[in-house]
Design a binder for this molecule. Sequence first.
Ligand code: KG4
Ligand code: ZN
Length: 341
Amino acid sequence: MEEIKILAIESSCDETAAAVVVNGRKVLSNVISSQIDLHTLYGGVVPEIASRKHIENINFVIEEALEQAGVTLDEIDAIGVTYGPGLVGALLVGVAEAKAISFAKGIPLVGVHHIEGHICANYIENEQLEPPFVCLVVSGGHTHLVVVEDYGKYRILGKTKDDAAGEAFDKVARAIGLGYPGGPKIDKVSKEGNPHAFEFPRAKITDSVYDFSFSGMKSAVLNQLNLSKMKNEEINQADVAASFQQAVVDTLVTRGMSALKETGMKKFAIAGGVASNTAIRAAFKEECAKRNIEFYHPSPILCTDNAAMIGSAAYYEYIQGVRHGWDLNAIPNLKLGERYE
Ligand code: KG4
Ligand code: ZN
């Protein structure tokens, strides 16, 4: 089989990343330069700082990815780059860089949707995984329940109406004094807490069974904290964290299982930063096993933003003939399934 080597670039948020991926599944290198320590000082991602840091880091990250993979640009068949959704200034750094390399070396350019990348992270460690399957994408910016009908072909069943799952984790963590980024911290302290200490609402949306809403859940936590404060009651941080996490788990699992039932599909995958959450993984593993559903999830390093997943998605776009021109632009609100060619 012919080997297609893709150099992939990701800069949509606070990670500057580059990777070399062969035939969409084999990762030769996966370099990630995280800015998290810098943004932690401000309690969240500062877009202006993110863009500046991407500019400073991107050349080194790409050189490192090529070096670790043991390849030169002359051996690269295509450049894959995230062009949306994300922070416009951050995306632009990756897109401009990819266009420059593509132009200078005459290498085809393939723009990639960031969420498509997260979904494709599942192909990397699961050789046998092929569409169709149902995928739940839960990250800091997105919560999407998607039917992956074929490579590059997605049908969105539901998405969040307000906050993304990761955003809710980060906001609740801040409220209970855990700091940024909140997801991993809530995950950790929840192990010490009682998930049924508080019954936070399991967000219900009446017009679509598959949509999500996390803003109400976050408000319920804040109300509980205020109430306890007013009553001068000591609040157990681990109990709040565990109860909130349980509410998120229940919401995600209910939607995911309904999607499997309705579509009749036998494969389920999770993706995105929040897919690293140990309680979420455990719950899906159990519920899928009960129903004889194959459950897939990427390793934590492939759940958070990285370029290997972009290299995988770019490959499937590339073999379907997708090429972008010099007019490729960053599209901060790019919709999944839309193509700008
Ligand atoms: O996919 P990602 O790296 O960036 C976006 O595309 O948004 O996701 C980052 C999000 C953050 O909100 C972070 O708190 C959350 O993923 N996260 C977690 C865990 N690890 C990361 N949330 C819950 N549990 C975790 N273990
Ligand atoms: Zn992401």
